[in-house]
Design a binder for this molecule. Structure first.
Ligand code: DSN
Length: 417
């Protein structure tokens, strides 16, 4: 009997059910993916038994000969992949990584210009509900009402008026290219440090599918579990001149011992991401996203900005007379898991917004291609026009289950389903 099941059958059952769920549905939340068997093996390893406060060769506890090597491998691979001078792979996730950047670059307070949460930014880019808006003076740029794209003129005007010491760019719900060079010009004009949070698009940035943030920006932050297909974690990459401040902010500023099992799994994910297969994967993620967008548009659905350049599309459910939440619930019943999301200038509240995000990273990891994306666009459309018809949604779920059987999920062996 497996040790988990014999010790804790309730948790074993729930993991088994979640395994089946992840296998049998179309996972289209753009920030989710499937980690490989190798990443899962490192993440679930005995490395969780070790405390390692500090950095390689500068630890506070003995017994680090293997841990140091693991962290060195992870940081070297991160620097090589992103073309960075320095990497810190210890942040527990994306929000702690961003928090460390605030602490390292600004200390206890300061002025920050970031992308409005309602426009597709992240909580940690200055939203009032997060530490960033609570402890720092913040101003927010947004999108052009006409195009739905980042309003760089507004960002420049706000930068000149507000004189931020730090500017955050990068988004959680933005289907178009982020112009790092344009932000660098704005930052230079006002003497601000520029930080790019590329959590959503990290893989695209070093595989030629999106412009790279370096050399335009001073600091890059990213989660490791989205397009990167690693464990849940975060990384900070920066110029050498900022390395000491960033490292000190992560430890001892904010965190204690690094999660060594996560560091090892990040190293594995970075090795996988350096392969030609991963480059091809990122190309297909974008190709699939464009095909999905085309399929949705051709069936009469409305997309914010009219399409996509990256891994996600944002449906304006309001244009179809629906709310994002109602569409997300209907899709879940139909076996398509997505999330309701604000659209630009959304008249509806955040907990029940007008939009819905759909991403292709996880479906592409299963091996689906443009033909399947058109099929999926059709299923999304069928769901949208049959939201009240539970029998129709259950039929769609059956089609989804059949499609999923043809494309097994990585990290999930058939016997686990
Ligand atoms: N929760 C992430 C997302 O879904 O985009 C951002 O942190």
């Amino acid at each position: 009997m497996d040790p988990l099941r014999s010790t804790d059958p309730e948790i074993a059952d729930l993991i088994e059910k979640e395994t089946r769920r992840q296998s049998a549905v179309l996972r289209m939340i753009p920030s989710e993916n499937y980690a490989s068997d190798a990443v899962l093996a490192a993440s679930g390893s005995i490395l969780c038994n070790k405390y390692s406060e500090g950095y390689p060769a500068k630890r506070y506890y003995q017994g680090q000969e293997n841990i140091d090597e693991i962290e060195r491998l992870a940081t070297t691979r991160a620097k090589d992949l992103f073309g960075a001078e320095h990497a810190n792979v210890q942040p527990y996730s994306g929000s702690p990584a961003n928090m460390a950047v605030y602490l390292g670059l600004l200390g206890k307070g300061g002025r920050v210009l970031g992308m409005d949460l309602a426009a597709g930014g992240h909580l940690t880019h200055g939203a009032k509900a997060s530490f960033s808006g609570l402890f720092y003076e913040v101003a927010a740029y947004g999108l052009s009402r006409e195009s739905g794209r980042i309003d760089y003129a507004q960002a420049r005007r706000l930068a000149k008026e507000f004189k931020p010491q730090m500017i955050f760019c990068g988004a959680s719900s933005y289907p178009r290219v982020v112009d790092f060079a344009a932000f660098a010009e704005i930052a230079a004009e006002v003497g601000a440090r520029l930080v790019a949070d590329i959590s959503h698009i990290s893989g695209l940035c070093f595989t030629g599918q999106h412009p790279a943030p370096f050399p335009h920006v001073d600091v890059v932050t990213t989660t490791t579990h989205k397009l990167l297909r690693g464990p849940r974690g975060g990384m900070i990459l920066c110029r050498q001149e900022l390395a000491a401040a960033i490292d000190k902010a992560v430890f001892p500023g904010l965190q204690g011992g690094p999660h060594n099992q996560t560091t090892a799994a990040i190293a594995v994910a970075l090795k996988e991401a350096a392969s030609p297969d991963y480059r091809e994967y990122c190309r297909r993620v974008v190709e699939n996203s464009k095909a999905l967008a085309e399929g949705l548009l051709s069936r009469g659905l409305t997309l914010v900005t009219g399409g996509t350049d990256n891994h996600l599309a944002l449906i304006d459910a309001g244009a179809a007379g629906l709310t994002g939440k109602a569409l997300a619930s209907g899709l879940e019943r139909a076996g398509i898991v997505a999330n309701a999301n604000k659209i630009p200038f959304d008249p509806r509240p955040a907990h029940d917004p007008s939009g819905l995000r759909l991403g292709t990273p996880a479906l592409t990891s299963r091996g689906m291609g443009v033909a399947e994306m058109d099929l999926v666009a059709g299923l999304v459309h069928q769901t949208a026009v049959n939201l009240e018809d539970h029998a129709a949604l259950d039929n769609i779920r059956q089609l989804v289950a059949e499609l999923c059987l043809d494309f097994p999920a990585p990290g999930i062996t058939p016997c686990e389903c």
